[in-house]
Ligand binder design. Sequence first.
Ligand code: FAD
Ligand code: SF4
Length: 488
Amino acid sequence: MGKTTGFIEFSRTLPILSDPRGRLANWREFHAPLPADELCRQGARCMNCGIPFCHTGATFEGANVGCPLGNLIPEWNDLVYRGKWFEAYKSLASTNNFPEFTGRVCPAPCESSCVLGISEEPVMIKEIEVSIVDRAFAEGWIAPNPPKFRTGKRVAVIGSGPAGLAAADELNKYGHTVTVFERDDRVGGLLMYGIPNMKLDKRLVERRVGLMRSEGVEFRTGVAVGTDFTAADLLAGFDAVVLACGATAPRDLGIKGRQLKGIHFAMEFLAKNTKSLLDSDFKDRNFIDVKDRRVIVIGGGDTGTDCIATALRHGCRSVTQFEILPPPGPKVYTHEHWLSRARTFQVDYGQEEAAVVFGADPREYCVLTKRFVSNGRGRVRGLETVNVEWRDGKFSEIEGTEKFWEADRVFLAMGFTGVEKARLFDELGVALTERGTVRVDDDKRTANPKVFAAGDCERSQSLVVWALADGRKAARSVDRFLHGSTGN
Ligand SMILES: Cc1cc2nc3c(=O)[nH]c(=O)nc-3n(C[C@H](O)[C@H](O)[C@H](O)COP(=O)(O)OP(=O)(O)OC[C@H]3O[C@@H](n4cnc5c(N)ncnc54)[C@H](O)[C@@H]3O)c2cc1C
Ligand code: SF4
């Protein structure tokens, strides 16, 4: 339970991030480890609350509460406090296949559910998680551990993002023979070509994939299922299929001027950037270069923030981020706000970096883009906006607030609308929902009894931690389908 008086004696420490100006000069991870004695103090703040909500992964009044993976947080906090790092790693690995990813990129819904958060800053859970797994790798505690027996059953996983990787890892542990199909040239889905390298070093993704390969998982990259490999071959060649193909259809902005050159979906900017970085350290020039450009990002979420941080590393001339919603209120620690999923004001790494370079937070709130403006030669030279006001969940335009903004590059980061429409779903006999996602039941089964689905493709765009939880759940259901039961 940590130290009885730990939460009274010690306050929450902030994670160590490298200096914004220094980190803008490279694409390395900006996150630095905390010293072991500080982690021990942070673990000691865990206060043995009667009902620890942090690890429940339950739904409460329509909202998800705690860690979706059910990570045994109070247990490993206590183990870290006592210096029992190996045991802490064993506990963490029992619920989380890839803590090196969640410990870096998870927005930590566990911390919003920490009982300490009723009256003060919650326990620092995510930092402890990443420190446990980084130490486990450094100590050599994580090594290939192939299953002792094989069941003879073959399972195909379509898509190698976190959901597909978690499903494959679990199914392989159960002894099934797993093939992961990935249409990209590298494994990892949005872990590889979505989240930028400075937030998640791609060598960590490759290290984990290497481990899985050594344990017997087969990865077939550059294979788009549905075109390069037919649905019929899939159903004939495998005993079960897990769809983990993501929800990557981007939301567009169908306004005047959308066809102009220089307007891109955020994912084109981010994915090309990481590929060029990994392939050639940008020498191939196969990316959207915004050096000396005026950049506008439409969309105030995490994808938009990643665009800002990427544009700043290119050396853009200016960067602005539009958000249609009003600015959220500050985070407060009271009983009324505890467990709340309400937006609260945060300065993420991209905004912090923009403020250092240009002297101000790049976000503009309550801004609606009305039309893109051409330079007369088919390329965007700016856009027109109007401010909006919100009432009862609806906005209306404020007369007289029309404004022109100069821009050479515009990135659309307004979320995603579901799976990419493909014949594959029909051919597999899988139904879609009105939200454009794969329809599944509570056990992740689709309309086809041998086809299951996990992650964004059935949940719609979400978080890495949810993709892992869904992948694990789908794997359990597949195991039950293949065996009639599962010991897991
Ligand atoms: C820019 C960006 C930043 C993000 N940052 C964070 C963050 O910091 N923290 C966080 O928790 N979440 C973040 N997310 C969300 C998170 O990345 C996703 O929720 C998560 O990756 C979903 O995992 P998935 O496995 O379901 O799908 P994906 O990661 O999308 O993987 C799907 C994979 O399937 C492949 N595929 C699709 N169709 C086929 C086919 N027919 N044949 C073969 N392969 C196919 C795709 O190429 C892709 O590799 C971010 C998302 C974006 C877009
Ligand atoms: S995976 Fe996310 S929610 Fe779960 S313990 Fe880690 S930081 Fe918290």
